[in-house]
Design a protein around this ligand. Structure first.
Ligand code: SF4
Ligand code: SF4
Length: 371
């Protein structure tokens, strides 16, 4: 394993962090049904091989992720890792909710303190309507002074100006978590945001390095652009090449992914890409950006839909079919999706929850038309 400095916290973190949002499940229709035995074994294997950063959140796996992580770090593993979890801002309706939620998380994780505590998925609305009016930053500072939290930061999903505003106003912020990949260089915080945070010596965590798995099996035109390179290693190497990045998170769902990522992390390097390699990334992005792909990351934040629309599944099917011009695939799979795009009643509940700000209702209509 390789380690990097985590900004002004001066901690040393492994370049690969274990994202705890995509554990294997025993019932694929039920995100809460984590296969505990496998997940705990995967986490411990990663820690035994040097991973020292676990990232979970209040509602991952319908609230079960923190419980499983809590079990995984028993038997001496707690002392070997940094534990990161997040305050669900959408559950904060009044000032006191901060303490209630944090205490619940400490209980679920069965720990006395959290190393890295993040405001979850900050955007301009949650910043203006929750963080500022409810004095959440002071609440975080107080929890830090009481020893319940060691370091404070935020994860982010909005545009670049909002990112800079949050970094500026959250003066004692120690780290941030942004989505980034060779496709997302100019999306949300992007490269400019990454550098803005680095100039302020924030620790930088990258999430969605594979766009929720999509870059592991990219569209055929992208595959053609990257040639014989392994698409996962190709995507991760792009991120590790930035010396500003402290670590990237991978939401690993099976043993092989853990094994592969550990190898890639061991081989990772900063400032190592040649101009020739950089040109390949540029080409892959150009080709990707011409495709009509819905930027869904399969995070499932939008679920459940009260009318049973399996939003990420519908988008994934569309993306795989359209991006590869595979009409046969669409025709074969689409009728099998039980709750399909036609069931949308346009209630809008899902759109407010989507961190990618996808106009889900319109996109479902577009999918329907395309099909
Ligand atoms: S807008 Fe459509 S897809 Fe979204 S929650 Fe409502 S019914 Fe479900
Ligand atoms: S539509 Fe948005 S919230 Fe739903 S899975 Fe996709 S990215 Fe996540």
């Amino acid at each position: 394993m390789q380690y990097r400095r985590f900004g002004k916290t001066e901690e040393k973190v492994s370049v690969l962090g274990f994202g705890c949002m995509r554990f294997p499940v025993t019932d694929k229709e039920n995100d809460a049904s984590i296969d505990e035995e496998r997940s705990i074994a995967m986490i411990r294997n990663a820690i035994d091989t040097g991973v020292n950063y676990l990232d979970t959140a209040f509602f991952y796996h319908k609230g079960m992720s923190e419980k499983v992580v809590g079990k995984a770090i028993k038997d001496g593993y707690r002392e070997k890792i940094f534990l990161a979890t997040k305050l669900p801002l959408w559950n904060v309706e009044k000032e006191e909710d901060f303490d209630t939620l944090l205490n619940t998380q400490l209980e679920k994780l069965d720990v006395d303190y959290i190393d890295f505590y993040l405001l979850h998925a900050v955007n301009k609305d949650s910043w203006a309507q929750k963080v500022i009016p409810f004095g959440i930053l002071d609440k975080m500072r107080k929890a830090k002074s009481e020893g319940k939290i060691r370091h404070i930061g935020f994860s982010f999903h909005d545009d670049l100006p909002t990112f800079k505003k949050v970094v500026d106003e959250f003066e004692d912020c120690e780290f941030c978590q942004i989505q980034f990949s060779y496709i997302d260089t100019d999306y949300q915080a992007g490269i400019e945001g990454l550098q803005y945070a680095a100039e302020r010596d924030l620790g930088i965590v990258i999430m969605e390095p594979l766009q929720g798995g999509a870059l592991a099996t990219p569209a055929q035109p992208v595959l053609d652009a990257i040639g014989s390179r392994n698409p996962v290693k190709f995507a991760l190497d792009y991120i590790w090449n930035f010396p500003e990045v402290s670590l990237l998170l991978s939401g690993m769902s099976n043993e092989q992914q853990v094994k592969d990522n550990l190898v890639y992390a061991a081989q990772s390097k900063a400032n190592a890409l040649t101009d020739e390699e950089k040109a390949v990334y540029k080409k892959a992005k150009e080709v990707h950006d011409k495709l009509d792909i819905i930027p869904c990351r399969d995070c499932r934040y939008c679920l459940p839909c009260p009318h049973g629309v399996e939003i990420p599944k519908v988008f994934k099917t569309f993306n795989e079919g359209v991006a590869n011009a595979n009409r046969r695939l669409i025709l074969e799979i689409y009728p099998d999706i039980e709750a399909n795009a036609n069931q949308c009643q346009k209630c809008g509940e899902c759109e407010a929850k989507c961190p990618q700000h996808i106009e889900i209702i319109n996109k479902l209509k577009a999918v329907r038309n395309a099909l």
